[in-house]
Design a protein around this ligand. Structure first.
Ligand code: PLP
Length: 284
């Protein structure tokens, strides 16, 4: 297959895609990324993902190596070149650039970027069976709203969680439930959704945005608010969301089963509605 290497479409894994040892993405995790869903070979919610990509670069003062129109075209060309017509995900990352190692970055660096696409089928099994999560202290930095390459906190937490048989860590900080290691978290109580506000403590998920929109369409009340770990005891249902996974029920938090380990009615309703409505957001 083919990948995007800066502004060129090249054969994937080709020798000419080697990274410099002085690349800041390599040395410091100094860069940003996006994961975009592909349904039937079409990029999904591309505009929202590009909004977030440009937001992440802006927040870190990374000079965008492409215009909005340019990257839009390049990503679509990449799909076309691969004659990719299945369900998949596109990964795109931007490193600040190359310079002799120094914490202090040079302003004039030329950012380095690449994009790849991979097949990713709808995780039907997960939708039906749900997953377990385990509470962990959030040791990440305080700018979780930036989709930074620097994911050590997530890497350590998710690895520990999966070693112990859980799909995701559920992060708490200062006694407040935040989000999972690579997904947003929601609790349903008395038919109403509670989820953390989209601020610097969490990544503002694109799937989250859609779910809140769809919940409103279904007439399900949504509370974007901070809630304490103890409140999880009162949860009727819980679920998580992420671009590749959509809506995944959570059937257990540590030792405690949620909704007798069954997918709850409200979660099911949201899943079904999401499937029905999601294609309206095929993107630009
Ligand atoms: N929170 C974190 C920490 C993530 O890494 C992700 C990305 O997968 C999400 C939430 C979900 O965001 P999105 O719905 O845009 O994929």
């Amino acid at each position: 297959g083919y990948m995007l290497w800066n502004k060129q479409i090249v054969e994937r894994n080709a020798e000419n895609t080697l990274v410099s040892f002085q690349d800041r993405g390599y040395q410091f995790g100094d860069g940003v990324y996006e994961v975009i869903r592909i349904y039937d070979g079409k990029l999904h919610a591309l505009d929202w993902h590009l909004d977030r990509l440009f937001y992440s670069m802006e927040q870190l003062s990374i000079r965008a190596p492409f215009s909005r129109t340019e990257i839009n075209q390049l990503l679509k060309e990449l799909i076309k070149k691969n004659t990719f017509t299945l369900d998949g995900k596109l990964y795109v990352q931007v490193s600040r650039g190359i310079q002799p190692r120094d914490h202090v970055y040079l302003e004039e660096l030329e950012a380095v970027f690449y994009a790849t696409i991979d097949r990713f089928d709808k995780p039907v099994d997960m939708w039906e069976k749900g997953v377990k999560v385990t509470l962990q202290e959030d040791i990440r930095w305080l700018r979780c709203d930036i989709k930074s390459l620097n994911l050590l906190g997530n890497v350590l937490a998710r690895t520990k969680a999966q070693k112990n048989g859980y799909h995701e860590p559920l992060f708490h900080r200062d006694g407040i439930v935040r989000e999972c290691g690579a997904s947003n978290f929601y609790m349903i109580k008395d038919g109403e959704i509670h989820t953390h506000p989209a601020n610097h403590y969490i990544l503002g998920g694109i799937t989250r945005k859609k779910v809140l929109l769809f919940a409103a369409e279904l007439g399900i009340p949504v509370h974007e608010r901070e809630f304490a770990v103890e409140e999880l005891h009162d949860a009727d249902e819980c679920f998580l969301t992420a671009t590749p996974l959509e809506i995944v029920p959570i059937i257990q938090i540590d030792e405690r089963p949620i909704n007798q380990q069954q997918v709850g009615e409200t979660t099911k309703k949201l899943q079904q509605y999401y499937r029905k409505r999601v294609y309206d957001y095929q993107g630009a």
